[in-house]
Design a protein around this ligand. Structure first.
Ligand code: KE4
Length: 428
């Protein structure tokens, strides 16, 4: 497969942009290749600058659940931009999307729009601290909540991929209020709560971990966090930037029946445009400026284009049968890849929650960061490159999640499974 133009552009990009990319995990560094420069996309496909086409399982890292260039989303954005891209003033669309989110997500009684998931989690934590008057927070190793200083502590996603879960540039003073527990280990949380009595403002968790690969919550984990937070006056924050509207219309909190105090969102609710959101109980949210004293702001928060793309996307997700069809496709592709690995005698631990799935290159079970970190990332890199040669575009890191969209057809899924069978044979 010819990647000449992409490589030329990457070489050029590195002169102007650090590492040649505007987000590190896109650089293909951990898979030892030059990244593909994408020219366009449509439905389940992306097309690179060398006119290669790929079945896309990154979907812009989650937003493109209805597929690229869905006609309803394109029309909504075009119609909106003809009347103005941004005003820095309130618009009716912001109420429309806010009400759709409130109707969908069990924990959300009020919601504030921002422009990224990082802004959403950073702001939610500040609000939890303002609401409780406490300073400490608990997060989980391998979970990623964006790149705010306090959260780049044992973080997942690109931070884990590059082995900098504790980034340079984050002063110890900033990180000292961030306590880290192990995902799926209530005991590790109990120990931190006991040794930091009445000083923990919030626990922030990915209810389905997607940034160390896809790691589902074990039976009782989310329920245990809920009970602990209720007993201790700790704000429970579900970071559903990835899982929100992905694993169910009401997110993981609907799927597992556990309701947090606050929820952060992003990705899907912007339909591919820059967006984030945080919401929760009215009594907490009303502490936010200008109704309360906790300050938070943003030039492009709730901008008309992202609101329109989000509204159009959620209107598609609301259609009867949307998630069942997505579930059937996702099961088929994840199980097909797992079977291909087994038939090739390749050790793989497969996970899936709805249309989020992952193939861990390890023999053992993966339930937290320490077990995920055992993966053979070199074998993953060979698999990734072999799949790319077969026209299948996966996330360029073992510690990420693959996403299926409504646009993936049975033929695309069959092609993916055949490609996987070839890839495992090639690298075995
Ligand atoms: P953004 O600031 O990237 O919009 O959102 C941060 C974030 C917060 N919470 C969760 C659960 C997330 O998954 C993310 C961002 N996800 C990564 C992909 N694993 C974004 C991709 C990237 O960093 O380029």
């Amino acid at each position: 497969m010819n990647h000449q133009r992409s490589s030329m552009l990457f070489h050029q990009a590195k002169n102007s942009i650090p590492g040649g990319v505007n987000s590190p995990v896109r650089a293909f560094k951990s898979v030892g290749a030059d990244p593909l420069f994408i020219k366009k996309a449509s439905g389940p496909y992306i097309y690179d600058e060398d006119d290669n086409s790929f079945v896309d399982y990154v979907g812009s890292w989650g937003p493109m659940i209805v597929g690229h260039c869905h006609p309803d989303v394109v029309a909504a954005v075009k119609q909106t931009v003809d009347n103005g891209a941004s005003f820095g003033a309130p618009t009716e669309r912001e109420i429309t999307l806010a009400d759709m989110v409130i109707d969908a997500v069990p924990s959300i009684e009020m919601v504030r729009m921002v422009s990224s998931g990082t802004e959403a989690t950073m702001s939610a934590i500040r609000l939890a601290r303002g609401y409780t008057g406490r300073d400490n927070i608990i997060k989980f190793s391998g979970c990623y909540h964006g790149h705010a200083d306090a959260l780049l502590v044992k973080a997942g996603s690109g931070a884990a991929t590059f082995g900098v879960p504790d980034s340079p540039g984050v002063p110890a003073d900033f990180a000292k209020h961030t306590l880290t527990a192990e995902y799926n280990s209530l005991d590790s949380v109990k120990a931190l709560v006991a040794s930091n009595k009445n000083s923990i403002a919030c626990i922030i968790v990915e209810p389905v971990a997607g940034n160390m690969g896809t790691v589902p919550p074990q039976e009782g984990f989310l329920e245990g966090l809920r009970e602990m937070c209720s007993n201790e006056g700790i704000v429970l924050i579900f970071d559903e930037v990835m899982s929100g509207f992905r694993v169910a219309y009401g997110g993981a909190q609907e799927l597992y029946g556990v309701t947090p105090d606050m929820t952060t969102l992003g990705k899907i609710i912007g339909g591919g445009l820059p967006v984030g959101a945080f919401g929760g109980k009215r009594e907490i949210m009303e502490k936010l400026s200008p109704s309360g004293g906790v300050y938070q702001a943003g030039t492009l928060s709730g901008n008309p284009l992202a609101m329109s793309a989000g509204i159009a996307t959620l209107n598609i997700l609301k259609q009867p049968g949307f998630y069942q069809k997505l579930e059937d496709k996702s099961r088929a592709v994840a199980e097909g890849i797992a079977k291909a690995a087994k038939d090739a005698g390749f050790p793989l631990y497969s996970t899936r929650v709805g249309s989020m799935f992952c193939a861990f290159f390890t023999k053992g079970e993966v339930r937290d960061w320490p077990s995920a970190a055992q993966c053979d990332t070199k074998a993953f890199a060979k698999y990734f490159l072999a799949m790319l040669d077969e026209g299948i575009y996966l996330a360029p890191s073992q510690f990420e999640t693959a996403f299926v969209s409504a646009a993936h057809s049975e033929a695309d899924i069959e092609k993916t499974i055949v490609a996987a069978a070839r890839a495992f044979k090639q690298i075995a």
